[in-house]
Design a protein around this ligand. Sequence first.
Ligand SMILES: [Zn+2]
Length: 234
Amino acid sequence: MHRIIPGLYTFTGLPVGRVYLITEGEGLTLIDASVSFAAGTILRQITKLGFAPSDVRRILITHAHPDHVGALAALVDATGAEVWSSRLERPVIEGAIPVPMPPLDDLRGVARLMRPGQTFFPRVAVARELHDGEMLPEVFGGLQVIATPGHAPGHLAFWHAEQRVIIMGDVIMNFPPRMRLPFAAFTYDMAENIRSLGRVVRLAPQIACFGHGKPITVNTTERIGAFARKMGAA
Ligand SMILES: [Zn+2]
């Protein structure tokens, strides 16, 4: 377990799909649920920090892709937590529709070959739909929902204004030495994702937390801003 700032942690040893834990607020909050076999690692690290699985009250989902909701069913079983997601990601999480994929005509070269076929998730009920701009006072004394569509139609980021922390899912992936856009083969609408990136930069975050790669805590707005300009977002 790695502490980013007091009250905000990220799990270690997960193969893919970063998960965050917020310990400030009413009970514990998880953000995203990694791949299907990650549940044991996540639960062990929560216990090691001195909490019980039943202290997890809610699991917020940035987007319904296999590396972000894979362990969701197991985590809900183990914790009894509620699942909160956007309206558009809800039917994917609930197994009613497959994961929306980019149109094949939008993809070139290897991305065309990499685009997965239909993926359905096992049914997990979403207890609460989150909307753009909504404030969640139960989490970290006030976490704000920021719609960041593109990588997935109902992709969300979460913004903590007081500490200037953005938890942005897959709007950007941070693979040092550089940032990159999410893989085209799994990105529903890249042009919209780049517009969402511009929205994240305008918040001027001090700490950026990604769905893939390590958080950035130094010169964050400058670094993300420079990347966004290169991608034509600003
Ligand atoms: Zn991802």
